[in-house]
Design a protein. Structure first.
Length: 364
């Protein structure tokens, strides 16, 4: 485990300096309403979610369609809630199936929900809810919402603790503060780690999370996630089935009012993060860079950050984290998502009511 601290504009690293790549940033689309997630279509187009409830299509020519994609499920939009992830099924080129995470319900009773649909190139068809977090909660914070696919064609959906319900992250009788593993129809796989345990939700894959908003599965099947801490204590974790990641029994952060959440940063049976950040950078998306345009970044995690107004590059050395580098700070933007494109470029979504889709390529 490594701790890194931002001191003004200086990054304190555990070892020698990391060489920055030369790059240029292009604006592909703007005027997006708090864009949240990005997916690349086989024809060269892209789908972008807006937290305000719209799914937008950028066609293969790079043009943002004026009208949102029809057929999107209705989301509860307030505070942090709304439409979140769009994720294409592994066989999307043949099936056209995609998945959307979103908050549903009302301010007094809402959930993280997951819907499946078929995209016909213009609109969604057969949109239907396949999973809903239980129980309902009040408020409009900490939904998680990221999606990743495992090699066996099941999917992982990240969740949050609901903010005011943090103790429930240790309660296997509900879904709050967990990562769940689902079949593509929303059912629980029979080999999930908590199946058959008394008073445990069968969909649970891991527990003890605060608000997981980054997840990926690498070519070796390893699952990396990151989550928001309170004041300090943002984490990157290596996720394993059935493990408990500690929140709120252990944490490297404190409460927003300065009070102690837990006196412990370690306890037996609870997993330690690969990395934690203090102060918080507010991680909000993540990709494993495997493109060819930036060889300096090969094999690194790129973590988009809201409060940090950066993308943090984290080198991986096996199952441990190495050196870090702060990228794109000169833009002064809150970054909601970061993706590696099929072309090897890095794509960024900025978080604002007039957000942008940016493309990062090598400098000429």
């Amino acid at each position: 485990m490594n701790k890194f601290t931002l001191l003004g504009s200086s990054l304190v690293l555990c070892a020698g300096a990391v060489t920055a790549a030369d790059y240029q940033v292009e604006t592909l689309a703007d005027g997006l309403s708090n864009p949240w997630s990005l997916a690349f279509l086989p024809d060269g187009g892209m789908l972008v979610t807006e937290r305000s409830g719209q799914l937008r299509l950028i066609d293969a020519a790079g043009q943002l369609r004026a009208e949102p994609v029809a057929g999107v499920p209705e989301a509860f939009v307030n505070g942090q809630s709304g439409l979140m992830e769009v994720a294409l099924a592994p066989d999307f080129a043949e099936s056209g199936e995609l998945f959307l995470s979103y908050s549903c319900g009302t301010r007094d009773a809402n959930h993280t929900c997951l819907a499946a649909a078929t995209f016909n190139g213009e609109a969604l068809e057969n949109t239907h809810e396949i999973f809903r977090v239980q129980p309902a909660k009040k408020g409009s914070a900490h939904y998680g919402g990221r999606i990743a696919f495992l090699p066996d064609n099941t999917l992982l959906l990240t969740l949050g603790d609901g903010f005011d319900y943090r103790e429930q992250a240790q309660n296997t009788a509900n879904h709050l503060g967990s990562i769940v593993r689902l079949n593509r129809d929303g059912s629980a796989p029979e080999d999930n780690p908590f199946v058959g345990q008394a008073d445990a939700m069968p969909e649970l894959y891991s527990i003890g999370h605060r608000n997981v908003q980054g997840i990926l599965v690498d070519d070796a099947g390893r699952v990396f996630s990151h989550e928001h801490g309170p004041r300090g204590g943002d984490e990157i974790n290596l996720i394993e089935a059935g493990k408990n990641y500690g929140w709120p029994k252990i944490t490297y952060g404190i409460d927003y009012n300065g009070s102690q959440i837990s006196p412990y940063t370690e306890l037996p049976g609870l997993e330690q993060p690969l990395v934690y950040w203090d102060p918080s950078i507010a991680p909000s998306g993540m990709t494993l860079y495997q493109g060819e345009l930036f060889p300096e970044w090969q094999g690194s995690l790129l973590v988009s950050a809201l409060a940090g107004k950066e993308v943090r590059r984290v080198e991986l050395k096996g199952n441990t984290a190495g050196e870090q580098e702060s990228l794109f700070t000169e833009l002064g933007e809150r970054f909601r998502d970061v993706r590696t494109g099929p072309d090897g470029a890095v794509y960024l979504l900025t978080d604002s009511p007039s957000g942008q889709l940016l493309r990062v390529v090598p400098a000429n």
